[in-house]
Design a protein around this ligand. Structure first.
Ligand code: ZN
Ligand code: ZN
Length: 380
């Protein structure tokens, strides 16, 4: 068999060129028209069978009894880029600040190499270019569109700002967290700031609720488990001398098991409702689980690790994170693994975290991700 690393290195510059092009033209979730058009044009040229799911693409090549799927996400974020680089975002207020431009470019590179060697394929390979990973659950749309039909295993890569450049981080079991969201309106009775006795003040009720929420993780969750409850938005009032009618709270909760997710959800609702009641207020609370935790399958993790080591990649540890990833939806249906590729490079000043206006990736290692995707496809 050919050497995936060597093949990927040959098109290293091409991968960087694609990545820069996508980086300069970021598109938000479900708006990936340009990106997906470019991806589709290449895939057609290389002989893939294409199915469109909105701005998403399902592309097959080869035959055989088993199918391995490789996934990249294509969407950007509503962030104003602050990097001063030749490939800076040309779209005001939009930026590839999570590295999905790199994911698309790496998988496009893999697509090219896989097509060139398609006569050596033992299985069918399916490429999934999905929209709207950032809060849009684009993965669900792709699954509804048939992305997992006939698929036996799935792998996805994410560039990883916590890992040094070139390290492939593979982790068995829970990797990213399940994600929940809550929105609460604590309703009292407004009035004059100097006459609280004639009002029902929702501000102290909201303040107490915020503090009480902190005790879920501190006092109710097993200290050996991981969980987060964050209030990210508090809004109430319009003037210094007016007691407002209501206060709004919005936040997120994170967890690694579905049971804990359900527990956090119900406790958040109970605590806000009852704290409001204690202050003579009323609360309307909505809490939802937006996505499950990302759990890497044991066998598939082992397989990915052995393939990565086999082709000479530097495989290392990667920490769990309470960030979320909609790749979790694929892993609920099909065994697979979500893999991190280190892109942190202090010498180049590439040290900013994901979703930061100065986030960037060390482009010199992107071909390693391509090589791993190619190797997974052929060794499955
Ligand atoms: Zn992100
Ligand atoms: Zn991401």
């Amino acid at each position: 068999m050919f050497d995936p690393l060597k093949e990927a290195k040959k098109i290293k510059e091409q991968i960087i060129e694609w990545r820069r092009d996508f980086h300069m033209h970021p598109e938000l979730g479900f708006e990936e028209e340009r990106t997906s058009r470019i991806v589709e044009e290449h895939l057609r040229e290389w002989g893939y069978r294409i199915k469109r799911v909105g701005t998403g693409i399902i592309a097959d090549i080869g035959g055989g009894e088993r199918t391995i799927a490789l996934r990249a996400d294509m969407d950007a974020l509503p962030i104003q880029e602050e990097n001063d680089v030749p490939y800076k975002s040309k779209i005001p207020g939009k930026m590839h600040a999570c590295g999905h431009d790199a994911h698309t470019a790496m998988l496009l590179g893999a697509a090219k190499i896989i097509a060139e060697h398609s006569d050596e394929l033992k299985n069918r390979v399916r490429l999934i270019f999905q929209p709207a990973e950032e809060g849009g659950n684009g993965a669900l749309k792709m699954i509804e569109g048939g992305a997992l039909e006939g698929v036996n295993a799935i792998f996805g890569l994410h560039v990883w700002a916590e890992l040094d450049s070139g390290i492939v981080g593979i982790r068995e079991g829970p990797f990213l967290a399940g994600v929940g969201r809550f929105l609460a309106k604590i309703i009292g009775k407004g009035g004059h700031g100097a006459a609280p006795q004639y009002t029902i003040d929702p501000i102290p009720a909201a303040a107490d609720a915020i503090l009480a929420l902190q005790r879920i993780v501190a006092r109710e969750v097993d200290p050996l488990e991981s969980a987060v409850v964050t209030v990210g938005r508090v809004q109430g009032g319009t003037a210094f001398n007016v007691i407002p009618e209501f206060v709004e709270l919005e936040g997120t909760f994170r967890f690694f098991t579905n049971e804990l997710g359900e527990f956090l959800k119900s406790r958040i609702v109970e605590i806000i409702e009852n704290t409001a009641k204690a202050h003579r207020c009323r609360a309307e609370v909505e809490a939802d689980i937006l996505g499950p935790p990302t759990i890497n399958d044991r066998e598939m993790t082992k397989f990915a690790r052995s393939v990565a080591e086999d082709i000479g990649l530097n495989v290392g540890e990667v920490r769990k994170t309470l960030g979320g990833e909609d790749f979790a939806f694929y892993l609920q249906k099909v065994p697979g693994a979500f893999i991190a590729l280190g892109i942190r490079n202090e010498e180049k000043g590439i040290v900013y975290p994901h979703h930061h206006p100065k986030f960037d990736v060390d482009e010199d290692v992107l071909y390693l991700g391509t090589a791993l995707e190619v190797a997974l496809a052929f060794r499955f």
